[in-house]
Design a protein around this ligand. Structure first.
Ligand SMILES: Nc1ncnc2c1ncn2[C@@H]1O[C@H](COP(=O)(O)OP(=O)(O)O)[C@@H](O)[C@H]1O
Ligand SMILES: [Mg+2]
Length: 636
């Protein structure tokens, strides 16, 4: 028989059980890993560069915006300063004119006596008749004496700007400027030109137009946080955040960031600021005015943010593209590997017929080549193995045939030996009557007395009958070979025959033979082999009792539907150390003439051949019982 490819496959599959388990453990494919690696290579620099760009970009943006806000604050501060200087210049000219007017001068110098009702020198200036196209923000203009100045008069001051105050009559915020009127000779003032300006009208035209973006604007505040002019907040309202206020009301221009926009919202903001240097010099001590530029940070950073989002989206898009491309590329690498794996498992599955055809022109092709080399070698090995198995099977068969032949020969040899023993016994048995016959025949020859002759003749007949009986028994025992076929055998009959033969060939009178037969089913066997079994066992029993008195009891029974034969002797018994060897070929305790040690070996061979069994029970000096069981052909 040839070992098929599939059989080899099964064997191989078992051998690689461990390997299969291992491959099941794989959780993340090669292709996935490659894609992940490529994505990481793409994504990590993208994320890093975006973060750096965002951080640096927003920092730089903040710097640029801060600087420009500062410049704007400085510019606006300069404008407001210039406007105030212009107004002060005009006021000075008017003060000069008042000084030059003899009436005003006389009044101020106290040349005219003052009535009780007008303790203070005060009159409109310039006179109402004159037009004053200085500024439409002017609300009131008058000349007063020194007494009319509410604040302690500083004789040397050129001009004074009082801070912001709320006019209780008009509910408008007012800026009050006092310009000294000197006497012609020196610097000592003789009175003041007092002028009130509407703050909104004065500054709004300068401040309001400076707008940028949606929220960007300029505002004028004083150092206590009061709004002087702002396009968004009411004049007179306040900036409440002290920290923000402190950082924007410094003595120099600059810019800052704050957590508060100064307009009531807690948002991050950038603010530029600048002091109004010219104005501040004229303000009362402790007060200063500042320009403040502000824009909502969300608006400031909106372009940066949208740029970032744009870049991020582009980055994500390119990552997606990268993923797709890397998947495509990796599947080009992984596909041949997967094919290689399939091919390898095909080989492992035992299909060694097809060559591995993978032509990638790279290391995978080389690997496939080596695998194919292995496949070829495996195939050769398997084929050699198959030849060997075939050869070995043939050898085993031949050995078995040889063994069967030897056993058969042994059986034959044993039979011949048994017949030899038997023959010598029979020879002895026949010899005795033959001597008697010879003696009686000689007597007849010499005897004249007829009656005596008759007596001798009867003896001869008797002895002849005895011989005839022996021969008859013997011929019944030894049948022609043509009858040596399987047949239904009556066990009782065969036992009786064997006992008769034993009697003829072996027995002396001291052995008592007992037969206890019950009807039993027939067995299916070869006649001569069953005969051999029974004869061998009986002969052993008789031999065990040789030279002594004894009983040989042969019993048949039906036990568990089996034909059971017991052959019991009262002989020597078997030594315990010999019990295990009884059925070994050539084990004997007898001399060369009595036994060859094959009897029980052959008995067992034959019994087992007919699906029977044999057991021994023995006691030294008491005897031995051999029990043989055969399956019956059919129940009786
Ligand atoms: N009934 C028995 N009683 C005592 N010994 C026995 C009996 N049957 C067999 N044996 C022992 O078993 C041995 C082997 O028996 P056997 O195979 O018939 O060979 P052989 O009779 O030629 O010696 C005998 O030599 C004998 O010692
Ligand atoms: Mg024997």
């Amino acid at each position: 028989m040839k070992m098929g490819d599939n059989d080899a496959g099964v064997a191989l599959n078992k051998a690689r059980g461990g390997m299969v388990m291992q491959s099941k453990k794989r959780r993340f494919g090669l292709s996935g890993k490659l894609v992940l690696a490529i994505l990481a290579v793409g994504a990590i620099p993208l994320v890093i560069s975006l973060s750096v760009a965002y951080y640096r970009g927003s920092n730089e943006l903040q710097n640029v915006i801060g600087a420009s806000f500062q410049a704007l604050a400085e510019g606006s501060a300069a404008k407001v300063d210039a406007e105030l200087q212009r107004i002060i210049t005009v006021d000075r000219i008017l003060a000069q004119q008042a000084e030059d007017d003899p009436k005003v001068r006389a009044e101020l110098l106290g040349d005219q006596s003052r009535g009780k009702n007008s303790p203070v020198v005060q009159f409109d200036w310039p006179p109402a008749a004159e037009t004053e196209p200085v500024i439409d923000a002017l609300k009131a203009s008058r000349v007063t004496g020194l007494e009319g100045v509410s604040s302690p008069s500083d004789e040397s001051a050129a001009a004074k700007v009082t801070g912001l105050y709320l006019d209780s009559a008009t509910q408008q915020h007012t800026l009050h400027i006092s310009t000294p009127i000197h006497d012609g000779k020196g610097t000592i003032p003789i009175g003041w030109l007092q002028r009130d300006y509407d703050v909104k009208k004065l500054f709004d035209p300068i401040i309001y137009p400076i707008r940028f973006g949606g929220t960007g604007h300029v505002m004028l505040i004083n150092n206590s946080g009061a709004i002087i002019s702002c396009p968004m907040l009411l004049t007179g309202s306040r900036i409440e955040d002290r920290t923000l206020l402190a950082s924007v009301t410094k003595n120099r221009a600059g810019w800052t960031t704050a957590e508060n926009d100064g307009h009531g919202r807690d948002v991050f903001s950038i603010a530029g600021y600048a002091p109004l240097a010219g104005v501040n010099a004229l303000l009362p001590p402790g007060e200063s005015w500042h320009m403040f530029v502000w824009q909502d940070s969300r608006e400031i950073f909106a372009p940066a943010k949208s740029l970032l989002i744009g870049v991020l989206l582009a980055g994500l898009l390119s990552l997606g593209l990268l993923a797709a491309l890397s998947y495509y590329a990796s599947s080009h690498i992984v596909k041949p590997i997967q094919r290689l794996r399939r091919e390898a498992s095909r080989i492992a599955g035992g299909d060694l017929s097809q060559p591995l055809a993978i032509h990638t022109g790279d290391e995978i092709e080389e690997l496939a080549g080596e695998l194919d080399e292995m496949r070829i070698q495996l195939r050769q090995h398997i084929s050699t193995l198959e030849d060997k198995v075939e050869e070995r099977t043939r050898e085993l068969k031949e050995n078995q045939a040889e063994k069967d032949r030897v056993t058969e020969q042994l059986i034959q040899a044993e039979k011949v030996a048994a017949i030899g023993t038997m023959a010598s016994g029979i020879g002895h048995e026949i010899n005795n009557p033959l001597y008697v016959i010879m003696g009686r025949a000689e007597a007849i020859r010499d005897e004249k007395d007829v009656s005596a002759c008759n007596e001798y003749a009867r003896d001869i007949i008797k002895q002849t009958k005895h011989i005839s009986a022996i021969v008859k028994n013997l011929s019944g025992y030894i049948r022609p070979a043509s009858q040596h076929e399987l047949e239904e055998i009556d066990v009782n009959e065969k036992l009786a025959e064997a006992l008769a033969m034993a009697k003829l060939s072996l027995l002396d009178d001291r052995i008592d033979i007992r037969q206890n037969f019950v009807p039993v089913p027939k067995i299916f066997a070869k006649h001569e082999e069953i005969q051999q079994v029974f004869f061998n066992v009986i002969r052993n029993g008789i031999q065990a009792m040789a030279g002594n008195k004894g009983i040989l009891e042969v019993t048949t029974t039906l036990e568990d539907n089996q034909v059971c034969i017991r052959i019991k002797d009262t002989g020597t018994g078997i030594l315990a150390e010999h019990l295990g060897k009884i059925f070994d070929p050539f084990f004997t305790t007898k001399g060369p003439d009595e036994g060859e040690g094959l009897g029980m070996f052959i008995v067992r061979k034959i019994v087992t051949k007919y699906n029977g069994s044999i057991t021994l029970e023995s006691q030294v000096d008491k005897g031995t019982t051999v029990t043989i069981r055969f399956p019956g052909v059919e129940p009786i």
